[in-house]
Design a protein around this ligand. Sequence first.
Ligand SMILES: [Zn+2]
Length: 499
Amino acid sequence: MFRRNLDSQRARSLVYLLLVAKNGSIPALRTALGTALVGTSKSLLRGRICQFRCSPYTGYVSAPHCQLHPLLTVFRSSLGVALTLGLVASAHAVPPQTVLHCGKVFDANALKLDTEQSIIVEGKKITRIESGYVSPANSRIVNLKNQTCLAGLIDLHVHLSSSIAPNYASEAFSFNPPDYAIRAVANAEKTLMAGFTSVRDLGSPPGVSVALRNAINQGIVKGPRIQAAGGVSSTGGHGDPTNGLRADLMATGGANLADGPDDARRMVRQRYKEGFDLIKIATTGGVLSLAKSGDAPLLADEELASIVKTAKDYSMPVVTHAHGAEGMKRAIRAGVQTIEHGTYMDDEAISLMKQNNTWMIPTISAGRYVAEKAKIAGFFPEIVRPKAATIGPLIQGTFGRAYKAGVKIAFGTDQGVAPHGENAREFEYMVEGGMPPLEALRAATLNGATVMGMASLLGSLDAGKLADIVAVSGDPSKDVSVMSKMAFVMKDGTIYKAP
Ligand SMILES: [Zn+2]
């Protein structure tokens, strides 16, 4: 499902840095390896041996640090080592299945809540769901009788390496990819603990989201399942990293800029080569980029056609950031999968989206956040502030119109603008905007899984799907704000949070 791209030196060094980030300081690699050992022992307890591997960073770290490597190998292959750590009794006691006793269960297909159900999990999968509370012999029971269980939540629009603060524009001068990588590790864990077990990262500096995705898949750090988007932008467009800089820096251009269909084709191929899962473009200006217009169209029809056609060769969906109507329509006609934000969506854009099966990812959270911060003098650069004040407050209204008109909507926040871990506030904004609570839950489960191309594995609590299961205290159909009270998080059958 996910490509592994750990061969390059850059990826190896980033995985190393991700490890270091998790453990707090650069000289602490021994601690990092120690943590890997503890992680391995925990995995062993869960019957999932050998999540951790030394190979991503051998050849990168110095020899003395690697003295622990053989120990890891011995540990993996010998219960004798586990004996010395006093773990064998527990390892033998691990039941083969986990049974969740859920007071309520969200049925994303039927759009209803069932009561008093048992979800049986074996390994990484849900094996069956039974009515009432069953307690098969030799199973671990998790009491969620006061909770509502749902499929793991999916946020289709996050930037795990971003955290917007008053000085964000100056990061272009002081941050290196490892700085972003370290921040992304912390944000990934916050996101998982908030119940979001899968995300699309729609833009992080070169290499970061791919390395983070791989490190999470290998169990090196905790975080959601990631589909990583590689960016293709245009000169001066939203996503041009040299916007707003002085002339000599601006002349350096960006590694992601495509002007003309040939350039566009090459960019998409380059993103594929770098290991990305999908392509993110910007067909209109953006709020936070250091450029004047937030809604001017970007990318011409022939460039868009080239991007979508080339991406299709690699089975990579194309998603676009779009506020203005013209750029949005060009992208819909070209065949993009999702419109992110969609602020100035007019009736023609709405009908084009319905004709082309284009999804809207609203990101009301980002709109609300920038509108609020635009009131604070100095929070945003002066070129950004009027865009934030104008565009930010409109998104929720557009979302309500699109929903009523029947546009397909899936959940996305643009977190990294607003704080990571507060993703579930989007549910409140969606309900305020006119969507019934259970439909908002479906937008973040089944619809998210459909957009990710993973509906056979994720998005609903059905036998045979991956055991990504979360539970909130209370009844979200009555008060959707309880989605922020995450009590239980399981991803791939592993419990990360329990009441
Ligand atoms: Zn974004």
